[in-house]
Design a protein around this ligand. Structure first.
Ligand SMILES: Nc1nc2c(ncn2[C@@H]2O[C@H](COP(=O)(O)OP(=O)(O)O)[C@@H](O)[C@H]2O)c(=O)[nH]1
Ligand SMILES: [Mg+2]
Length: 346
């Protein structure tokens, strides 16, 4: 081991010792956290410094789908690679406390891990970009389905329209924390401090150009991540191309992500939490498989006509439910054809 490499303790890397015991492992092994994922290779940070890592063949062979591979945020056990001085081999991924998954932007219905072991998902927006409520709903469903606490961050508080936008979210989601932050002013606080700190992992997501990387640089106290000018049409260039985990000097970690062009749901278990005013009525329908379109005795449609639910919200709820149903059918078909191919080979 090169002693000149900076090293990080597990607590600096966001291990919450008051909630979880740190595993005991053999002296030939060490535990680090994945900070960057390349194609099939990883960068990890831990007591042995920042290192490149590859997958141990046994781990690779036992992986049955995307979720079994290490991802940014994972705690991994690793050991020396006999073939390489500098590289280590990941032999095991520790059990995750949370995993943010979206549907991979591919034809096949497969999952993509955005980040793991995240405590807070900061959904960043700014007043210079159009307010896209439908997109926010997808982010919220993703967060609630992952076991992560979502917080809405309205960045660029120096711009007009910030307070209105933040208040809009506060009114729509009374239980959600909504922060107003500013990434460009020197001496004042960022406004994000209350969700960062010792033992906490915060991931930032949201459209390109809203200032995620700027916030990360401010939290780090130096310009480490590239940030981008916003084009005249208000959209940012995709200056951040990869997900990366950073350790904050004051404790805790932050994960920067590139703006997602689309956020397709993978897990819909959080849907009802995002639409509480609708889910309240769902169980009251006469038919248990009511699609809330035209069935008699539909409590949701009744609530709609008496003004308790708004039209855009119900149609969004139905769109998302429909997407999730379609996804389930696609997965079944996909798994079946995979099984057929496997059987044909053997
Ligand atoms: N006015 C203003 N501009 C900001 C603020 N934060 C970031 N920006 C600018 O927004 C642009 C996009 O920032 P960037 O951090 O790259 O956004 P990202 O794509 O979400 O990572 C850059 O030109 C930043 O200087 C802010 O609080 N106020
Ligand atoms: Mg960025």
């Amino acid at each position: 081991m090169d002693d000149s490499l900076p090293a990080w303790s597990a607590s600096q890397l966001g291990w919450n010792f008051s909630q979880k015991k740190f595993p005991k492992i053999d002296s030939d092994y060490s535990i680090s956290r994945v900070s960057v994922e390349h194609r099939g290779a990883y960068e990890i940070m831990g007591e042995t410094g920042q290192r490149e890592a590859a997958l141990d063949t046994r781990l690779r062979d036992s992986a049955t789908n995307q979720l079994d591979y290490p991802a940014v945020g994972d705690w991994v056990i690793h050991t020396k690679d006999a073939q390489h001085d500098r590289r280590v081999l990941i032999t095991e991924v520790l059990q995750r406390d949370s995993v943010i998954i979206r549907r991979a932007p591919k034809q096949e219905p497969i999952p993509q891990v955005v980040a793991t072991n995240v405590d807070v998902l900061g959904i960043v927006t700014s007043a210079d970009q159009p307010l896209d409520e439908r997109r926010l709903e997808r982010y919220l469903v993703t967060a609630f389905s992952s076991g992560v606490v979502p917080v809405v961050i309205v960045n660029k508080s120096d711009l007009n329209g910030t307070v209105e936008r933040a208040n809009y979210f506060r009114a729509q989601y009374p239980k959600l924390e909504v922060l107003e932050t500013c990434g460009i002013h020197g001496s004042e606080g960022l406004g994000i401090e209350e969700i960062t700190g010792d033992g906490l992992t915060v991931a930032l997501t949201g459209s390109s150009g809203v200032g995620k990387s700027t916030l990360v640089n401010r939290l780090l106290g130096e310009d480490i991540v590239r940030t981008g000018e916003v084009r005249a049409d208000g959209t940012g260039r995709h200056t951040t191309v990869r997900r990366q985990l950073f350790v904050l000097h004051g404790g805790g970690v932050v994960i920067d992500t590139p703006g997602l062009r689309e956020l397709q749901l993978w897990d819909g278990s959080g849907l009802n939490l995002v639409f509480p005013e609708i889910s309240e009525f769902v169980d009251l329908c006469r038919f248990s498989d009511c699609s809330h379109n035209e069935e008699p005795g539909c409590a949701v449609l009744e609530a709609l006509s008496s003004g308790l639910i708004s039209e855009p919200r119900i149609s969004s709820y139905q769109d998302l439910s429909h997407d999730l149903e379609e996804l389930r059918a696609q997965i079944e078909l996909y798994e079946r054809s995979k099984r057929h191919r496997r059987d044909a080979r053997s």
